[in-house]
Structure formats: C-alpha cells, structure tokens
Design a protein. Structure first.
Length: 399
C-alpha cells in the first residue's frame, strides 16, 4: 500500500514538473546535441510532428515523403490461423472434448519435462523420448500431439506410469481428427519457415493449396472437428482475401510465383491463367525495357559527339519484344522444375532475382537460441569457446 501511494506521488510530481518546464524541453535537449551557441538553435533545430509531415503535401500533388508498401508476415498470419482462429469455434461439444484431451496431453508433457525419472519411464515403454511443445512456435504443439498419437495403444500405459488421467476413446478420436484437419496448416508453416526454399514466390501457391485442402475436408465426415474446419476456412477468407482472389494488389506475388521454376502456371486456377500469363510477360517486358533505357542513357551521355550521324530509330523494339515473348512462352512450356533451369532463360532469371526475395522469419533465430540452451549449461558456462561451439553446431550442415 505504501509503495502504491509513493508511486502516485511520484507520478503527480512528474506531471507538475512537466507542465512547468515543457517549454524548455527542446532547449534542454539541444544542449546535448549542439554547442553552446544559442543563436544557432533557431536555425538548426526544427521540431515538427511526424504525422503532420506525412499527411501534408505543401501544395504538391504527392507528398515528398511516402512509406513503402507494407507486407504482412505470412508465417505469423498462418500461426494466428492455427491458434486464434481455431479457438473461435463456438461449438460447445467440440470445445469440451478437445480441451479435456489437450489437458491430459499437457499433464504428460509437464511430467516428462519436470522429472527425468518420468521421462525415463516413458522411454522404457515407448522406446522414444516425449517431445515437449515450446511456447513460441505453434508447430511444436502439433508435432508433440502427433507423436503422442503415434504411441497408440501404449498411451494409456504411459498415463498409468506417470499417474496422469487416462484418455477416453472419444478424446483420442477428437485428437486424431484435429491432427488430420490441422496438418495442412502445419505443413504450410514448415515450408514458409524454412531456411533454403522460402522464397517470396512460395506464398501464393502455398495459400491456394492450403485453401484447396481445407475445402476438400468439408466433404469428409468428422465426429468432432467439423466446426474446426469451418473456423479455419472463415479465418482464411478473412486474413487472406486479397491473396486468394488474386487481385491487382498482389501482382508482385503473382510474378514472383510464376518466375519460380517449380510453380510456373501450375498453381493458378483455370479462370486466372490467361490474365496472370499476360501480367507475367508484361512484367518481363517492363523489367527489360528499364534495363535498356538505363544502358541507353549511359551510352548517350558517353557519346554526345556522335549525334551528327542521325539515321532515325531502328526497328529493333518489335524484335526485342518478340524475343521476350518467345522466351516467356518457352519458359512456361518447359517441364523442368529445377531452379538451375533458369540459366537457360536469362531474362526470366533476372525477374526471379528481383521478385523472389527471402521470407523473413524468426524461426531460424529461435533455433539458434534453442541450440544455445543445449550448449550453455551450468557446467560449461565458463568455457571461452562457447560461441564457437554454438556457430559450429548451427552450421554443421555446411561441413
């Protein structure tokens, strides 16, 4: 109680001091930035609101300062689909059975995580160690559930050895259906959180295939998880509406996917193939013309003295356009799906490099911290080469 009173008094005193000296705050801050020349303060320091700068155009059609296009993290959005949207199921029967089964799984995970004796008891029954889900990645919970279900008939023996509640038949059936329904989401997350094949062009094909697999589950008969399928489909429509509709706002995503040798046009719906093919060919044309214009401007600046010989424009534009179209058609009809095939299509390769940036993800960084937790143990915390061991362990696939 005394601490709360003291905190309130400090808060009031801070507000009083701020009101008294708020006019002097810019001058006080400038003392640490500029020399003691008060005449320069008015000339150098210009304090303005960032919102006013971005919203006002000063009589110009477009503002001088503009923010880049914001791309949401696909991995994080799919993570929310499997956690937040999946929890929005309103069916009480499903929620009751699923939560009861998940509570029993959590009891097993806690027992094996906290006691090495319990972990050894489980390993003697199942010949494998129990995976404990992490707090940051939803995939770890899916993998842990999948492993428990693979134990099969020995699962209740594990519960008896750990002195935890045993599973009912309806609960095991619910967990099996849950893993079956949520499996496409987990596979999509694993693909987008990879370290070698996570290109920007993977986003749209992965989304459309995930939507196709979830819609196919509507035709299956589930005893418990039909509300979960409906909740996942609703979450997909809400979070990825513009991507699923292939609107003009995702044109960069479309070009990135078509320029990827593995996808090309295979992932597109039939009613979108013609328009997306034309978009891809036009993007290649624009990219090639931008390169040509930059090279022509550089050549003109170097050869100003040669403007005496003026023979007009040469009819090379149509020929170049036809060459681009032929390369695009040959690329799209090529059955090779390896990325090395782009070496045969120089223009497509340049477009691929431009659009297919790597997807940012926190998963590789979290894997590094997990590895550090295995190395930085109490008995080794005084070793000077711990950082070298961590880097060697994280990059052992390169050796």
């Amino acid at each position: 109680m005394c601490q709360q009173v003291l905190a309130d008094q400090n808060k009031k005193q801070t507000i009083i001091l701020y009101r008294q000296h708020r006019q002097r705050i810019p001058q006080i801050m400038c003392q640490y930035i500029l020399p003691d020349d008060e005449e320069q303060l008015d000339d150098v320091v210009d304090i303005s609101s960032a919102g006013d700068v971005l919203s006002s155009s000063d009589g110009v059609d477009e503002p001088d300062i503009c923010l880049p296009h914001h791309e949401t993290c696909c991995s994080h959005s799919r993570n929310l689909l499997a956690t937040v949207d999946a929890d929005k199921v309103s069916d009480t029967a499903y929620k009751r059975v699923y939560r009861a089964a998940l509570a029993k799984c959590t009891a097993i995970w806690n027992a094996t995580h906290r006691s090495s004796k319990a972990s050894d008891a489980v390993k003697s029954i199942t010949d494998k160690a129990i995976i404990t889900p992490g707090a940051t990645r939803w995939n770890s919970q899916y993998d842990a559930l999948k492993q428990l279900l693979q134990i099969g008939a020995k699962l209740n023996d594990v519960c008896q050895a750990l002195n935890t509640p045993q599973f009912k038949k309806s609960e095991l059936e619910c967990l099996n259906e849950y893993v079956s329904v949520i499996s496409p989401v987990a596979v999509a997350l694993d693909k987008l959180q990879g370290e070698k094949t996570a290109y920007f062009g993977n986003t749209l094909p992965t989304l459309l295939m995930l939507m196709t697999k979830l819609k196919a589950m509507q035709n299956k008969i589930f005893a418990n998880c039909e509300p979960l399928v409906a909740a996942l489909l609703a979450g997909m429509e809400r979070r990825f509406h513009k991507e699923l509709s292939l609107s003009g706002s995702v044109s960069d995503n479309i070009v990135a996917a078509i320029s990827h040798a593995y996808f090309k046009m295979r992932w597109l719906p039939d009613d979108k193939k013609d328009s997306c093919r034309e978009l891809f060919i036009q993007s290649v044309r624009n990219f090639e013309s931008s390169l040509d214009s930059s090279s022509c401007s550089l050549q003109t600046s170097r050869e100003v003295e040669d403007d005496f010989f003026d023979y007009g424009t040469t009819p090379s534009t149509d020929a170049a356009s036809n060459a681009i179209d032929r390369e695009c058609i040959n690329y799209l009809s090529d059955t090779d799906t390896e990325l090395k095939m782009l070496a045969r299509y120089s223009r497509i390769r340049k477009v691929f490099i431009k659009y297919n940036t790597s997807l940012p993800s926190s998963a590789p960084v979290e894997r590094l911290f997990s590895t550090a937790g295995q190395i930085e143990v109490p008995r080794r915390n005084h070793l000077s080469d711990s950082m070298k061991l961590l880097l060697l362990k994280a990059n052992q696939s390169l050796f």
